[in-house]
Design a protein around this ligand. Structure first.
Ligand SMILES: Nc1ncnc2c1ncn2[C@@H]1O[C@H](COP(=O)(O)OP(=O)(O)O)[C@@H](O)[C@H]1O
Ligand SMILES: [Mg+2]
Length: 700
């Protein structure tokens, strides 16, 4: 590829006004210089001073965000990335990028698909995947790290609560995020204005919809995601392809509204964009053009036209300039580009054309940008901004904990009610199973055989009914994904989520255990007396909550619900095995199965409680035919089931309840730890990682 650089004559622009041969460029260049506002003063850096022309200051408070990145490299391990010494240098997705974004401006990141747009956004937002390595310096207001939950990020996938209508989604989100200083009606009004801004008023009462029912179109979902993130007018907003799925008119309106908010509230917006129309393109202040992780151009969006022209790739008259840029640098199809050498200053004749592959064309542009004044300007500006330390960017969300917990409980309750897969389907299955159980064990009686029958029936209830909780796992994973997105964007914390989930699910779990429990209990004729039935239901109820808590922990650690179902059922399977039923407690092999597994398995406490509840106080004939001598319930529990009678059934229930609390706490710790550890691990890997400064794409 080096040959392309040396053989092809090209013009490397020196953009000083006096030297440029192009009158247009002279104007452009001077305007370029003027567009760069003077350096941010200490006051401007984070004091919220307005740089835009107009502003509704009531909704725009807090520090403004100046973001810089210097020599940013991101690599991933690559099977083909080994060098001659067999060392894996990895594949560089981003290669030494420099750039900045400042308040009241939109920076558009453009490039062919796979050029590293999303990776750049992830790196800037501190959300790179764990298999990536990053080096370089990213600073916000001159400070090194972006505090957790301080920026808003609309990712490429729309993770939304599918059962809610557009209005409900935005309204709940407003309740979760907007500050206590706003009244409920003001929050509602903000939600409705934002819905109208994004052109969603016609579908306000339509449910978002998921795999089971068609609701909104892809473009409408995209706009709902944007709505949710712009409610609070965040100071730093990342948008990954906000206009995909939108027609050109909708794209324009959405971007136009974002541009107005950007100016009004001094927001710093970084948006990756695919194929903008020329109207949308005109809304961007800065453009970062990437090709395979290298900068083709970074500078005022309006100057890209001249940059391409000067380097021999003028935009044909009828082509949209942004289409032209992408076409010139898209290497996926290796088109042939035409380079036009127009070095008029040296007196050469124009129209000296040469055919190049897009790879050669890209290399020319990358090299030309590297040597251009644009690149020098960016470096200068980056060092100027990053050396001034401003105010720390604060969390956007100010709703109080109570408001958040109430909003989350309500939202989750509505979702659980509307999502059939969450609890209703399970209730149907539970009722069917309990009818089967009740009829199979109908009128169980008090014979010697009924001891075994009771034991089996109670074991089945304690295991299968809790095991079936896995059925709701896909719906729960969906909830977790939304929680993850909202938590990362700083909408609320893990405690509010746990409270919301616990309170909203409790009534459903109660129905799910009470009705099937009653059917099975009374059909079989288990221990008479309401208090015995109540204890029976309580044990199943707490066990089901326990399994849900266990699945929460699993969900926070696995990437998708299929893996969650497999791992969750595996854990429960093992616990069932050593609960002391299939193999009696005294026969469980030591040390592993008896200590500690027998004490960890929650089924053990469930059946212990259920057996004590059932057998204590009853007596049975000692064996078939021997009517005279009887065996008491206490003896059955101790001798047949080998369970201790030294403590009451209530202790078993308390232990189960304690386990629920412990599991929920564990979920909290897992989330909090990953929140704290991830940035430390990343900064550790950044500090110790030095990329090999070699290009995978032929640029020296
Ligand atoms: N975590 C990752 N592991 C491996 N490869 C990755 C990872 N993230 C991105 N890539 C690769 O990096 C390239 C750029 O990806 P991306 O930033 O998503 O591109 P864009 O958003 O411009 O379409 C792609 O080839 C993609 O496969
Ligand atoms: Mg992308």
């Amino acid at each position: 590829m080096a040959s392309a650089n040396t053989n092809v004559p090209r013009y490397i622009p020196n953009l000083s006004p006096s030297k440029s041969p192009f009158p247009l460029l002279n104007n452009q260049t001077s305007s370029t210089m003027e567009m760069e506002s003077p350096l941010p003063t200490q006051n401007e850096l984070g004091t919220g001073r307005q740089r835009g022309s107009f502003r509704d200051t009531s909704s725009c408070t807090g520090a403004e965000a100046f973001l810089t990145w210097d020599d940013l490299w991101v690599t991933v391990p690559s099977s083909s990335g080994t060098d001659t010494r067999g060392k894996n240098n990895g594949k560089a997705i981003l290669q030494g990028l420099n750039g900045y974004a400042q308040p009241s401006e939109i920076l558009a990141i453009m490039g062919p698909s796979g050029s590293g747009k999303s990776t750049l956004l992830d790196a800037l937002a501190g959300r790179l995947a764990s298999n990536t390595k990053q080096s370089g310096l990213i600073k916000v207001n001159g400070r090194k790290s972006l505090a957790f939950g301080t920026s808003a990020y609309v990712t490429q996938d729309d993770e939304l609560t599918t059962t809610l209508t557009v209005k409900e989604s935005i309204y709940y989100s407003a309740m979760l995020q907007l500050p206590e200083s706003m009244t409920n009606s003001e929050k509602k009004e903000r939600a409705e204005t934002t819905i109208r801004d994004m052109g969603l008023q016609e579908v306000m009462d339509t449910r978002i919809g998921g795999w089971y029912n068609k609701g909104l179109s892809g473009g409408q979902k995209r706009r709902v995601s944007i709505c949710i993130e712009i409610l609070t007018r965040p100071k730093l907003l990342f948008l990954d392809e906000p206009t995909s799925g939108l027609d050109s008119a909708a794209s324009y309106h959405v971007m136009d509204r974002i541009e107005k908010l950007t100016k009004q509230c001094g927001m710093t917006v970084i948006a990756s964009i695919h194929q903008p129309s020329s109207e949308v393109f005109d809304l961007f202040h800065k453009l970062c053009l990437l090709s395979f992780g290298r900068t083709v151009f970074f500078g005022p969006a309006s100057a890209a036209y001249e940059f391409f022209t000067l380097n021999g790739f003028p935009c044909p008259t009828k082509r949209n300039p942004s289409d032209h840029y992408l076409r010139t640098i898209n290497k996926d199809f290796d088109n042939v580009s035409l380079i036009q050498n127009e070095d008029t200053e040296q007196g050469l004749e124009g129209n000296n054309c040469k055919l190049l592959t897009t790879e050669e064309a890209t290399n020319i542009l990358v090299e030309s940008y590297r040597l251009s004044q644009f690149s020098q300007e960016v470096k200068l500006r980056v060092s100027e901004i990053s050396n001034k330390e401003g105010r720390i960017l604060e969390k956007g969300s100010h709703a109080c904990f109570l408001t958040q917990s109430i909003a989350l409980t309500k939202r989750s309750f509505v979702n659980m009610n509307r999502d059939l897969g969450y609890y209703w389907l399970r209730l149907g299955i539970y009722i069917s199973i309990s009818v089967c159980l009740g009829t199979i064990f109908y009128d169980i009686g008090y014979t010697f055989d009924s001891i075994q029958a009771r034991g089996s029936m109670l074991m089945f209830i304690a295991t299968l009914l809790t095991f079936m909780s896995i059925g709701g796992f896909p719906s729960f994973t969906q909830d977790m994904m939304i929680f993850e997105r909202e938590r990362l964007n700083g909408h609320y914390g893990v405690t509010a989520f746990i409270i919301g989930n616990t309170l909203s699910s409790t009534p459903y779990l109660l129905i799910n255990t009470l009705i099937p429990g009653a059917i099975a209990y009374y059909l079989a004729g288990l221990h008479k007396g309401f208090e015995h039935f109540l204890f029976f239901v309580l044990v199943i109820f707490v066990s089901v909550i326990l399994v849900e808590s266990l699945m929460m922990i699993v969900a926070s650690m696995v990437p998708n619900y299929l893996m969650g179902i497999i791992i969750g059922s595996g854990i429960q399977g093992v616990m069932m095995l050593n609960a002391g039923f299939f193999r009696l407690p005294d026969a469980l092999p030591n040390p592993f199965w008896k200590y500690p597994m027998y004490y960890i398995a929650f089924h053990r406490y469930a059946i212990e409680g259920l057996y004590k509840n059932e057998f204590k106080g009853l007596s049975f004939p000692r064996s078939q035919g021997e009517g005279s001598s009887t065996i008491t319930g206490e003896e059955i529990i101790e001798k047949i089931w080998q369970m201790p009678m030294s403590y009451s059934k209530w202790i078993d229930l308390y232990i189960l309840f304690g386990m629920v609390v412990l599991y929920r706490l564990m979920f909290f710790v897992v989330i909090k730890t990953s929140e704290k550890i991830k940035p430390i691990l990343r900064s550790f890997s950044v500090a110790h990682y030095k990329p090999t400064k070699q290009s995978n794409h032929g640029v020296p």
